[in-house]
Write a protein that binds this ligand. Structure first.
Ligand code: FES
Length: 113
């Protein structure tokens, strides 16, 4: 499956900050103490962007209704979310962060300016 460039390592502070990658569906990439995680950006409870959520350890909390998801597995950890999110393999190379996505997601990258 294709790898897409998500961001630069320098774009993400290690404290759990997230960036949104504008593909369809959007993907959020987080840096947790030097470990990078990629997960569906859209909360499974609503339309909130998890890249803007609050990260603690390996969980992200949605800033709308406070559902939490495990960044490693995508698992929904508490209500109101009941549906898990997808996670994506991440690799860091040459100071850039790459995410492995499906062909159909990669195809949306060029559609978005
Ligand atoms: S939209 Fe995320 S918890 Fe409701």
């Amino acid at each position: 499956m294709p790898w897409i460039k998500a961001c630069s390592v320098d774009d993400l502070e290690p404290g759990g900050e997230g960036v949104r990658v504008d593909v369809d569906p959007p993907i959020a990439v987080f840096n947790v103490d030097g470990e990078f995680y990629a997960i569906d950006d859209t909360c499974s409870h609503g339309q909130s962007s998890l890249a803007e959520g609050y990260v603690e350890g390996c969980t992200v909390e949605c800033n709308w209704h406070f559902a939490k998801f495990d960044l490693r597995t995508g698992r929904a950890l508490c209500l109101p979310a009941t549906v898990d999110l997808r996670t994506y393999p991440v690799r860091v190379e040459g100071g850039e962060v790459y995410v492995e996505v499906t062909e159909s997601i990669a195809a949306t990258l060029s559609d978005i300016v």
